[in-house]
Ligand binder design. Structure first.
Ligand SMILES: Cc1cc2nc3c(=O)[nH]c(=O)nc-3n(C[C@H](O)[C@H](O)[C@H](O)COP(=O)(O)OP(=O)(O)OC[C@H]3O[C@@H](n4cnc5c(N)ncnc54)[C@H](O)[C@@H]3O)c2cc1C
Length: 316
C-alpha cells in the first residue's frame, strides 16, 4: 500500500504501531470515501481492519497511550468525514466480528458487531422471530446501530438488547444487561467517541412466523422505496426530529427542499436527506447543514440537531 500524504507527526506513532504484534491489516493513507454511504471525505492516516478481540485489546490501549486520534467505523452510514482526511487511526471490525448464533429455546440471537443490520433482519424473518424487522432499511452494522440506538417505524434496537459486550480503552471486555444501560432517542452510552467499542450483542426476539415477519419486511421496504431517495449517496436522516415535529417538514416549509450547495442537495424526495449528486465534498454538505439550521431557526425558532456524526479532528 502506498504511503503518501502522511504529515510528519504521524511518523513517530506509525513506527510504533507497526511494531505491535497484530494479525490485523494496516492500510496507510487510505481514502475513506468508499467507506461511507455519502461518499465524501479524505484519507485516513491509517485504516486498520481489526482481525479479532486480541488485536483490539492491543490497539485501544496503544491509541490511548500515544494520544492518537482514532475512530471506530461501522458501515459509515451515519458519518461525514472531513475532506482533508483523518490524521490518526480508523478501526474497522473485520469479518471475524460477524458472529451469528441462534439460541432456539430462548428465542435469542447472539450477533457480532460487524454483521449488517439487513442480514440480521432477514435471518430473524427466516426464523419467524419478530422485533428487528425495522433493521431492513438501515444500511449499517449492529455495532453502529447500538452506538446510535438506531430505530425506525416505532422500534429501537435497544428495546431488543438482552445483553451486550464492549471493550474499553484499557482493552478490557465488559458485559451488561441491555436494560441496565441508558439509551435514548438516537443516543447510546456505548459509542467509540465515548471510548467504548461494541463487539457483540444478544437480542431477545418475539414469537411470530416467517410469513408474517417477511410480509412486514416487504411493507417496510416498499415504504422506503416510496418515501426516501434511492440509488444516490446519502447518510440517512441528517437531523433528529425535534419533540413532536418532523425535521423534514420544518426544512420543507422553510423553502429548502431541493436546495443545492456545490454537489450536495437537500433531497427533492425527502427534505431530511442530503444527497451527493456526484462530486459533493464534505464542505458542501456541512455548508448545507449550516444553512438548514439557520433557516429553520429563522423560520420556526427551532434548533435542528444533527443526527449524522460529523467527524472532527478533535473527535477523540
Ligand atoms: C439510506 C439510509 C437510511 C437510514 N435509515 C435509518 C433509520 O431508519 N433509522 C436510524 O436510526 N438510522 C438510519 N440511518 C442511519 C444509519 O444507518 C444508522 O445510524 C446506523 O445504525 C449506523 O451504523 P453504521 O454501522 O453505518 O455506523 P457508522 O456510520 O460507521 O458509525 C456511526 C457511529 O457509531 C459509532 N460506531 C460504529 N460502530 C461501532 C462499534 N462497534 N462500537 C462503538 N461505536 C461504533 C461510530 O464511531 C460513529 O460514531 C440510515 C442511513 C441511510 C444511509
Amino acid at each position: 500500500m502506498a504511503k503518501k500524504n502522511l504529515a510528519p507527526d504521524h511518523e513517530a506513532w506509525k513506527e510504533k504501531l507497526q511494531k505491535i504484534p497484530l494479525q490485523s491489516k494496516l492500510f496507510w493513507a487510505h481514502s475513506l470515501k468508499r467507506f461511507n454511504t455519502l461518499k465524501v471525505g479524505g484519507a485516513a492516516a491509517c485504516l486498520v481492519d481489526v482481525m479479532h478481540t486480541e488485536d483490539l485489546s492491543r490497539l485501544l490501549p496503544f491509541l490511548r497511550q500515544e494520544q492518537i486520534p482514532w475512530f471506530i467505523l461501522g458501515k459509515g452510514s451515519n458519518l461525514i468525514f472531513p475532506d482533508d482526511g483523518w490524521p490518526g487511526v480508523v478501526l474497522r471490525l473485520s469479518s471475524h466480528f460477524k458472529q451469528w448464533e441462534v439460541l432456539k429455546e430462548h428465542r435469542q440471537i447472539f450477533v457480532g458487531a460487524a454483521l449488517a443490520d439487513v442480514t440480521v433482519a432477514l435471518r430473524c424473518a427466516s426464523l419467524g422471530w419478530s422485533g428487528l424487522e425495522f433493521l431492513i432499511g438501515i444500511p449499517g452494522s449492529i455495532g453502529g446501530a447500538i452506538a446510535m440506538n438506531a430505530g425506525a417505524h416505532g422500534g429501537e434496537i435497544s428495546q431488543y438488547l438482552k445483553k451486550i459486550w464492549w471493550m474499553d480503552m484499557a482493552g478490557k471486555v465488559h458485559e451488561a444487561e441491555g436494560k441496565s444501560l441508558a439509551f435514548a432517542y438516537r443516543q447510546s452510552p456505548l459509542n467509540g467517541k465515548l471510548g467504548t467499542v461494541v463487539t457483540s450483542a444478544l437480542f431477545q426476539l418475539e414469537a411470530s412466523d416467517p410469513e408474517t415477519v417477511k410480509a412486514r419486511i416487504r411493507e417496510l421496504q416498499t415504504f422506503r422505496e416510496e418515501k426516501q431517495p434511492r440509488n444516490i449517496p446519502n447518510c440517512g436522516s441528517v437531523f433528529k426530529n425535534p419533540d413532536g415535529r418532523y425535521a423534514a417538514e420544518l426544512i420543507e416549509s422553510a423553502g429548502l427542499k431541493g436546495h443545492c450547495i456545490g454537489g450536495a442537495q437537500i433531497s427533492p424526495v425527502h427534505s431530511n436527506f442530503i444527497v451527493n449528486q456526484g462530486e459533493a465534498t464534505a464542505q458542501d454538505v456541512l455548508a448545507l447543514i449550516d444553512l438548514v439550521q439557520k433557516t429553520v431557526w429563522k423560520t420556526h425558532q427551532i434548533n435542528l440537531e444533527p443526527e449524522v456524526q460529523i467527524v472532527a479532528k478533535d473527535h477523540y
